[in-house]
Design a protein around this ligand. Structure first.
Ligand SMILES: C[S@@+](CC[C@H](N)C(=O)[O-])C[C@H]1O[C@@H](n2cnc3c(N)ncnc32)[C@H](O)[C@@H]1O
Length: 205
């Protein structure tokens, strides 16, 4: 039996495997990991890496922990507080400890995540943001997708208007500019029908 319902990756599963899985570095932070489903897949696919799944919501994280128990994924831990990884001393900027970080479907909820992630990365750390690229999509078009698309359908509980405004607010350009404002340089951008993936790297000091 599968420990996880991997099929719930629904429409973005292919992109996840093609772009996000290979991005994982030796010490990786999955920021805003939610129920830990995709974090688990990252750990499974990168057995030589150590993955930390972080989410500020303790309830969601409890679900992730529950899923993890009994799966024998020794290279994965979940946390709702990252302070144990804070090795900054006084005013010295040693950078953070993570080689790479992903934030999957967090940016549309909180575009501030990019600057939140910045200090946790090493001085040459890499970041990857995966999210919806539906900015400017009309209500009609969104409704069509909302009804047909598994991924959007699962959030139907929150109502059409809430979901529409939440998912059509930001696009790839916003991510690039937020990333560069935060101090990253853009190393790559992928744009798809509904999604974008942005890759950044800390500017050399
Ligand atoms: C749509 S879920 C995505 C979860 C998971 N990454 C996935 O791909 O299934 C968004 C998650 O972002 C988290 N989140 C929202 N604001 C955040 C922030 N400032 N820092 C970290 N996580 C945040 C929420 O608690 C939620 O679990």
């Amino acid at each position: 039996m599968r420990p996880y319902p991997v099929q719930s990756f629904a429409n973005n599963r292919e992109l996840f495997h093609k772009f996000i899985v290979p991005f994982v570095g030796k010490f990786h932070l999955d920021y805003g990991c939610g129920n830990g489903l995709s974090t688990f897949v990252l750990a499974l696919r990168s057995p030589l890496s150590t993955i930390v799944g972080y989410d500020p919501n303790p309830k969601t994280l409890a679900k992730a922990e529950e899923r993890l128990s009994g799966t024998n994924r020794f290279n994965l831990i979940f946390r709702n507080d990252l302070r144990e990884f804070d090795y900054s001393f006084g005013n010295f900027d040693y950078g953070g400890v993570f080689d790479s970080a992903t934030a999957n479907f967090v940016f549309h909820e909180n575009p501030g995540v990019i600057s939140e992630i910045y200090p946790w990365l090493t001085k040459t750390g890499r970041i990857c943001i995966f999210d919806y690229n539906l900015k400017g999509v009309s209500r009609e078009e969104f409704r069509r997708r909302f009804d047909l698309d598994n991924e959007l359908r699962v959030i139907k509980g929150e109502g059409f208007e809430t979901s529409y405004s939440k998912h059509t607010q930001f696009g790839v350009e916003d991510c690039v500019s937020r990333g560069e404002q935060a101090g990253f340089i853009t190393t790559g951008t992928e744009v798809f029908d509904k999604h974008f993936i942005w890759f950044g790297e800390k500017k050399a000091h």
